[in-house]
Design a protein around this ligand. Structure first.
Ligand code: ASP
Ligand code: MG
Length: 424
């Protein structure tokens, strides 16, 4: 017997037929004798609709801004998960399974006060564990918890992944299965490279990089949480026949296991190629090369909540002037230029240049720690295709390369084959 948390995303519960299908997946595990808790998202499209309603409320008199109240936003957008948790509980009951829905406040899942992007602080798992012991299946509404103000708080878009991992940690589950509309994590985006392969296993750290870079299978926070609590997390498809052979395999269900690197025996040097679109580059020319310039640049950007990513500073020729180049999301360029313009005197640069529409392509793999020449192969492969590199950053397990937007797909395919990822 094992204890399993099963999470179903929006497309998996998109209508009543699919909810019934999800119930069959749950029944399979219950019938096998496992203790099961389920976490659900809202029906696909529902949260967008709810967010849209909030945004289309009447405008504040004399302004263009809609009325906005973060607590009421949460009260509204959390409702989608309430519906699916109830429906799934009924579907399970109709199959003879003892099931009960739970809203975030009923458990409770306690969060901080950051309405709309709250963090989970604590989950009282005892009651769920007790009921699981009695054979009851808890169907928990994802995405929501209870703030310190005793009000509903939501966890940010995609947050029910985080609900599921947090619950798995709280009830000490053996496994957290994230059911979605793809059947696992791939070596790269299969829409760009059809030869992309599904990974059997990926280390937490690698998955964190993949998710941060736009592989949208999981919310980034859920991966962080899984890494901290070492929650073995499977990404798998809800669209496969719930009773197909192997679906109930305890140790090797179909899908990708996100796990501790120690569990990965045959470690490849490179695990995957990820990319992030809509990057922009900003360069400050002829800055004074003195202590405090970086702080003068990046302090005000941080205060304006602008996420700065790659930073490259030139070594000055005569020790007096230098150039600083960095990237921000394309959507933040105007704001960043304004902030830097306002601080021109304090920073002391000569000119400022910017370019939007760039793409960051990254090579990821924990095997890089112990192999030389990984970066050089990337540079050679891109050069052979005539792709110009605008900036490079590296970490222990990642090489990120900034290039012009139109070359994104070619670069992804080139790197994917340069590291042999298209061969099984
Ligand atoms: N329903 C929420 C959203 O669409 C949470 C989730 O599905 O993970 O963002
Ligand atoms: Mg999701």
């Amino acid at each position: 017997m094992a204890r399993i948390v099963m999470k179903f995303g929006g497309t998996s519960v998109a209508d009543l037929d699919r909810i019934h299908n999800v119930a069959r997946h749950v029944k399979r595990e219950v019938d096998a004798g496992h203790e099961v808790a389920v976490v659900v998202s809202a029906m696909s499209g529902k949260t967008n609709e709810l967010v849209g309603w909030v945004q289309n409320m009447p405008k504040v008199a004399g302004s263009n801004a809609p009325f906005y109240d973060a607590r009421e936003y949460d009260a509204i957008v959390a409702s989608g998960e309430q519906v699916t948790s109830g429906l799934l509980a009924i579907a399970l009951q109709s199959m003879g399974i003892n099931a009960r829905s739970w809203q975030g406040w009923q458990i409770p899942i306690r969060t901080d006060n950051a309405h709309g992007a709250a963090r989970i602080l604590d989950i009282e798992g005892a009651e769920i564990i007790r009921r699981m012991g009695e054979g009851q299946v808890a169907v928990v509404a994802g995405f929501q918890g209870l703030g310190p103000d005793n009000r509903l708080a939501t966890l940010g878009r995609g947050g029910s992944d985080t609900s599921a991992v947090a619950i798995a940690a709280a009830v000490k589950a053996d496994r957290c299965d994230i059911y979605t509309d793809v059947d696992g994590v791939y070596t790269t985006d299969p829409r760009i490279e059809p030869k992309a392969r599904r990974l059997k296993k990926i280390a937490f750290e690698e998955m964190l990089e993949m998710a941060s870079l736009g592989a949208k299978v999981l919310q980034v926070r859920s991966v962080e949480l899984a890494m901290v609590h070492k929650v073995r997390t499977f990404v798998r498809s809800s669209f496969e026949d719930p009773d197909a052979p192997g679906m109930g395999d305890l140790l090797n269900p179909p899908g990708t296991l996100i796990c501790d690197e120690e569990e990965i025996v045959e470690q490849e040097v490179v695990t995957g190629i990820a990319y992030a679109k809509d990057e922009a580059q900003i360069s400050l020319r002829r800055l004074a090369d003195r202590p405090g310039v970086s702080a003068a640049i990046f302090g005000p950007l941080a205060e304006a909540h602008i996420n700065v990513d790659m930073i490259v500073q030139n070594i000055s020729e005569d020790g007096s002037k230098t150039d600083m180049t960095f990237t921000v999301p394309s959507g933040d360029v105007d704001k960043a230029l304004r902030v830097l313009g306002d601080n021109k005197d304090k920073i002391g640069y000569d000119v400022i240049q910017s370019e939007a529409g760039l793409v960051k392509v990254s090579v990821i793999g924990i095997g890089m720690r112990s192999h030389a020449g990984v970066a050089a192969s990337a540079f050679r492969a891109l050069a052979d295709k005539g792709i110009n590199i605008k900036a490079i950053t590296t970490s222990e397990i990642k090489i990120s390369i900034l290039i012009d937007g139109p070359y994104a797909e070619l670069a992804v395919r080139t790197l994917h084959s340069a590291y042999g990822l298209d061969k099984s």
